[in-house]
Design a protein. Structure first.
Length: 115
């Protein structure tokens, strides 16, 4: 029975924002990030924020609608609310290229930080 729970937690971990302990241990410390790396603005992230959170915010939804109207307007979008855009990219890579993801992130970074 423990194996079933472990498998379910392993599959749900990325959606829940959890990372494996090995990844946490090997992640670089914040002060070791090179100064040339652009700082992530506080707010929404294509890699970390659930699509549902962005769809619930009119400003973030407008950014998504600008860049990926076919995805935002899809009848099936509700099924992806728990996924990040990075996770969704594996299913809709033709609509979510790395360049498109960078453009979306740039526009999300322009939004005021959420309190």
């Amino acid at each position: 029975m423990k194996k079933v729970y472990l498998l379910a937690l392993t599959m749900a971990a990325p959606v829940m924002g959890l990372t494996p302990m090995a990844a946490q241990a090997s992640a670089p410390a914040a002060d070791s990030v090179p100064a040339s790396t652009p700082a992530q603005a506080p707010g929404y992230s294509v890699e970390e924020t659930a699509l549902g959170a962005m769809l619930d915010d009119p400003a973030a939804k407008a950014v998504l609608a600008k860049h990926i109207p076919a995805i935002v307007g899809s009848d099936q979008i509700q099924m992806a609310r728990g996924m990040t855009l990075k996770q969704l990219q594996q299913y809709a890579g033709d609509m979510l290229s790395e360049a498109k993801m960078a453009d979306i992130q740039a526009d999300l970074n322009k939004l005021p930080a959420k309190k």
